[in-house]
Design a protein around this ligand. Structure first.
Ligand SMILES: CC(C)[C@H](C(=O)O)[C@@H](O)C(=O)O
Ligand code: SF4
Length: 774
C-alpha cells in the first residue's frame, strides 16, 4: 500500500502518489510525466544532449511542441516559412532549431503556419492535451497554469527537459501542501487576476517556496476554467512551483470535445470523468500552510514596484519605503521607486502610461479578450498612449475573437491586433518597451527590464488594462460604467475547438508520415542502460575561491541573465552576460559599483547573497549556465526559488542555503574582506581560507551523492527502465486515455516540412483506426 494511503490526502498528494515510479529511502522520487510541452527557448540544448548521447524521445505521443517566445506578432499573410519570416538571426536560429528537432525526433509541432500555434500554456489546455490528474511539465515556469485542471503541472529547466524527453520521468521530492482559500463574491471590476495579485501581495514572492498551492473556496469554484488558469499561472510568482484547482463540472464541461481529450460520450470519457471526480482533497486533509482571503477585500489590483508582490489597490497611493519593516526592505523599496520613476504618496490613478499590453499566458485567452473588448467598445485609446497591443494567446483564440468581432472593437478604438505569441510579456521578439516607457500589462512579471531594458511595468487585469488604454493612466475600471466591468462567473460558453482544418496550408493525405519510433510495451526501449553510462559531470568535492558578496533579496533570473541572451542554442559562453543590466551601462561600459566589476571579485568562484529567494522567476537554466561560465560554481544564500535550485545541481553546481543569520553574516564578512572561502561538500562544512570551520550546511543525500561522484541523472534513471516500463503498463490499464492517440500535423504549402502525423500505435501497441477522431 502506498505510504500516503490510509490518511486524508490532498489533491496534490493524490496526483503525486499516482505517478510514483520509484521511491528511495531518503525521499527521492522518480515521478512519471504524462504531458510534456516544448518550446524553442529551453529545448535546443536538451535535444542536443539527446543527440550527443544517441538517445531518443521516449514518448513522442505525450510531447507537444510550438514556437512562441521568439516569434514576431506581425501579420502572417506573407508567411512562407520560419526561415524567411523571422528577421532576427538568433531568434530565427532558435525557431529553426526546434523545427529540425521535432522532425528528427518525430514530435508533434504547431508551427507558425498552423492556427493551433500559440503560447504553450494556452495551447495545451485548448487542445485537451492538459487533463485532470496528469503530471504536466515544460521548460517554462508558467507551466503552473495547467494546474487549473487538477493536474500537477510545473516548470523545469533544460537539463530536466532532456531528462523527460529521454525517460518520461523526473527525479524529484515531495512538496509541502499549501492552501489558499478565497470565499465570497468578487466585486464588480474584480477578476481572477486581481485575486492572484492580491494573494501574492499577501504571501510574498517566496510565500509558496517548496509548496504546491491548492486554490479553493467559493470564489474559486465560481470561476471559469480560463479564470482559474490565470490564477494557477501566477503560482510561480508566489514562489510555488505549482498551483492546483480540484476538477469539477466546469472543468469537465470545458474538456468536452477538445481534440486530445477522451471522446465525449464514449466509455472512455465516462471512465475518465469518474476518475477525475475522485481528484479532490479528502475531508480533514492537512496543509502545511493555510491562507484565507475574503473576496470582498479584493479591489482591482496593480503593481507599483519591480516584484509581483509589490501590489496596491487601484484606489491606493504609491507606498513610502520609509514605512517598510526592515532596513533592507526600505533600501530595496527606494531602489524600486527610482527604477519605476515614482514618488511615494502619488495616487495610483495619477500615474500616466505610455503603452498598454494585453496578452501573455496569464491573460490572452478568449474570455480575457471578451472582457477587455467589453470595456473598450465604442471608446478610443487615449492620445498619450503610444501603443496599445492585443496579442491573442493562440491562433485559435485569434480566430474566435475575429468571429465574434472583437478585433474590430479593438482596432476601431486604436489598438493593434496582433498574431499569437509571448510578445511584450518578455520581449524576446521585437515587441519591447523603450527605456523609461511605462506600460500597463496583463502579463505576470514586472522585473526590472522585463519588457525591455529600462522599461516600467505595472501588472493589471485585462479589464483594468483596457480602461488604462482609454484613460491613458492607471485607472479604476469601475469608473468606466458598471455594466462594462461586471466580473465574469464561470463562462457558460467555453471556446470550442473543432477538429483542425488549416486553410492556410495545403494538405495531402499521401504526405502523411508515420512516426515510427513509438515505444511499445513489450519492446525494449532504445534508451536503456546498456548503451549509456551514468557518469558525466565534473565531480564537486572541496571547492575554494574568492566569494563575491551581494546584499539583495529576490534576485530574479531575469536579472541574472536577461532575455536577449536566451536566444542561444548552446549552454556555454554566457558568462559575459551574467547580471548584464546590473553590470553594464547601455553603451556596454562597466558599472564600477557592481561587485563583479571590482577587484578582486572579478575572479569570484562563489557568490554570497545575504537576501532571500535567490533565482526567483523564470525557469531559464541560462542563469546557472551564466554563473558557471563566469566561474561561479557555488552560491550561498538564505533561500532559493525551487527551479533555480534544481537547475544548479543539474550542472554540477552547489547552491547552499544558510538560514542562520549569524553564520551567513560570518561568511559574508569573509567575502567582504576579499578572502577566500572553502566549501567542503563531503564533510558539509563552510570554512575560511585557512580551513577553519565557519559552519555546517545541509544538502540532500542523493544530490550530494550525484555531485561528489559526478553522476548524470539521465544515465541513472535509464538504469530503471524496467520500472518505467512496468509503470507505463499499469497506467495504460488505469488511464488509457493518456496514451497519445493521434495528432495531425500539416505540411506547409503541401511541402513535407511538418506533415500530417497520425500516431500509428498507442502505447499498448494497438493500431489507431482511420479516420482519426479529430
Ligand atoms: C523562457 C522561459 C525559460 C521563461 C520562463 O521560464 O518563465 C519565460 O517564459 C519567461 O516568462 O521568463
Ligand atoms: S510568461 Fe510570458 S514569456 Fe513566459 S511563457 Fe508566459 S507569455 Fe511566454
Amino acid at each position: 500500500m502506498p505510504a500516503a494511503e490510509g490518511r486524508a490526502q490532498t489533491l496534490y498528494d493524490k496526483v503525486f502518489q499516482d505517478h510514483i515510479v520509484d521511491e528511495r529511502l531518503d525521499g527521492t522520487i522518480l515521478l512519471y510525466i504524462d504531458r510534456h510541452l516544448v518550446h524553442e527557448v529551453t529545448s535546443p540544448q536538451a535535444f542536443e544532449g539527446l543527440k550527443n548521447a544517441g538517445r531518443k524521445v521516449r514518448r513522442p505521443d505525450c510531447t507537444l511542441a510550438t514556437t512562441d517566445h521568439n516569434v514576431p506578432t506581425t501579420s502572417r499573410k506573407s508567411l512562407k516559412n520560419i526561415e524567411t519570416f523571422v528577421e532576427e538571426e538568433d531568434s530565427r536560429l532558435q525557431c529553426m532549431t526546434l523545427e529540425d528537432n521535432v522532425k528528427d525526433f518525430g514530435i508533434t509541432y504547431f508551427g507558425l503556419g498552423d492556427k493551433r500555434q500559440g503560447i504553450v500554456h494556452i495551447i495545451g489546455p485548448e487542445q485537451g492535451f492538459t487533463l485532470p490528474g496528469t503530471t504536466v511539465v515544460c521548460g517554462d515556469s508558467h507551466t503552473s497554469t495547467h494546474g487549473a485542471f487538477g493536474a500537477l503541472a510545473f516548470g523545469i529547466g533544460t537539463s530536466e527537459v532532456e531528462h523527460v524527453l529521454a525517460t518520461q520521468t523526473l527525479i524529484t521530492k515531495r512538496s509541502k501542501n499549501m492552501r489558499i482559500q478565497v470565499d465570497g463574491d468578487l466585486a464588480s471590476g474584480v477578476s481572477s487576476k486581481d485575486i492572484i495579485l492580491h494573494a501574492i501581495g499577501k504571501i510574498g514572492t517566496a510565500g509558496g517556496t517548496g509548496a504546491v498551492i491548492e486554490y479553493c473556496g467559493s470564489a474559486i469554484r465560481a470561476l471559469s476554467m480560463e479564470a482559474r488558469m490565470s490564477i494557477c499561472n501566477m503560482s510561480i510568482e508566489g514562489g510555488a512551483r505549482a498551483g492546483m484547482v480540484a476538477p469539477d463540472e466546469i472543468t469537465f464541461e470545458y474538456l468536452k470535445n477538445r481534440p486530445l481529450a477522451p471522446k465525449y460520450g464514449s466509455d472512455e470519457w465516462d471512465r475518465a470523468v469518474k476518475y477525475w471526480k475522485s481528484l479532490k482533497s479528502d475531508e480533514g486533509a492537512k496543509y502545511d500552510v493555510d491562507v484565507f482571503i475574503d473576496a470582498k477585500d479584493i479591489a482591482p489590483t496593480v503593481t507599483w514596484g519591480t516584484s509581483p508582490e509589490d501590489v496596491v489597490p487601484i484606489t491606493g497611493t504609491v507606498p513610502d519605503p520609509k514605512t517598510f519593516e526592515t532596513a533592507e526592505k526600505q533600501a530595496s523599496g527606494q531602489r524600486m521607486l527610482e527604477y519605476m520613476g515614482l514618488t511615494a504618496g502619488t495616487p495610483i490613478e495619477d500615474i500616466v502610461l505610455d503603452k498598454v499590453f494585453i496578452g501573455s499566458c496569464t491573460n490572452a485567452r478568449i474570455e480575457d479578450l471578451r472582457a477587455a473588448a467589453n470595456v473598450v467598445k465604442g471608446r478610443k485609446v487615449a492620445a498619450n498612449i503610444k501603443r496599445a497591443m492585443i496579442v491573442p494567446g493562440s491562433g485559435l483564440v485569434k480566430d474566435q475573437a475575429e468571429d465574434e468581432g472583437l478585433d474590430k472593437i479593438f482596432t476601431d478604438a486604436g489598438f493593434e491586433w496582433r498574431e499569437a505569441g509571448c510578445s511584450m510579456c518578455l520581449g524576446m521578439n521585437p515587441d519591447i518597451l523603450a527605456p523609461k516607457e511605462r506600460c500597463a500589462s496583463t502579463s505576470n512579471r514586472n522585473f526590472e527590464g522585463r519588457q525591455g531594458a529600462g522599461g516600467r511595468t505595472h501588472l493589471v487585469s485585462p479589464v483594468t488594462a483596457a480602461a488604462c488604454a482609454i484613460i491613458g493612466k492607471l485607472t479604476d475600471v469601475r469608473k468606466l460604467s458598471e455594466s462594462n466591468s461586471t466580473p465574469r462567473k464561470a463562462s457558460p460558453k467555453p471556446m470550442q475547438v473543432k477538429p483542425h482544418v488549416d486553410e492556410r496550408v495545403d494538405t495531402d493525405d499521401d504526405e502523411r508520415e508515420m512516426i515510427a519510433d513509438q515505444p511499445e510495451d513489450n519492446e525494449p526501449h532504445t534508451n536503456t542502460m546498456a548503451s549509456h553510462s551514468s557518469t558525466g559531470l565534473p565531480k564537486f568535492e572541496v571547492y575554494k575561491g574568492l566569494a563575491a558578496p551581494m546584499d539583495r533579496a529576490n534576485i530574479d533570473t531575469d536579472a541574472i541573465i536577461p532575455k536577449q541572451f536566451l536566444k542561444t542554442i548552446k549552454r556555454t559562453g554566457l558568462g559575459s552576460a551574467l547580471f548584464y543590466a546590473l553590470r553594464f551601462n547601455e553603451d556596454g561600459s562597466e558599472k564600477p559599483d557592481f561587485i563583479l566589476n571590482q577587484e578582486p571579485y572579478r575572479k569570484s568562484k562563489i557568490l554570497v547573497v545575504t537576501g532571500p529567494n535567490f533565482g526567483c522567476g523564470s525557469s531559464r537554466e541560462h542563469a546557472p549556465w551564466a554563473l558557471l561560465d563566469f566561474g561561479i560554481k557555488c552560491v550561498i544564500a538564505p533561500s532559493y526559488a525551487d527551479i533555480f535550485f534544481n537547475n544548479t545541481f543539474k550542472n554540477g553546481m552547489l547552491p547552499i542555503a544558510i538560514t542562520n543569520k549569524a553564520d551567513l553574516e560570518a561568511i559574508a564578512a569573509e567575502a567582504r574582506a576579499g578572502k577566500e572561502i572553502e566549501v567542503d561538500l563531503p564533510n558539509q562544512t563552510i570554512n575560511d581560507a585557512s580551513g577553519k570551520k565557519i559552519c555546517n550546511f545541509e544538502v540532500e543525500e542523493f544530490r550530494k551523492h550525484c555531485l561528489v561522484n559526478g553522476l548524470d541523472d539521465i544515465g541513472l534513471t535509464m538504469q530503471m527502465d524496467d520500472k518505467i516500463n512496468a509503470f507505463e503498463k499499469k497506467m495504460t490499464a488505469r488511464t488509457p486515455w493518456l496514451d497519445g492517440s493521434g495528432y495531425l500535423k500539416r505540411g506547409k504549402n503541401g511541402k513535407l516540412a511538418m506533415k500530417a502525423v497520425p500516431v500509428p500505435l498507442t502505447n499498448r501497441g494497438e493500431e489507431i483506426k482511420e479516420p482519426l477522431e479529430w
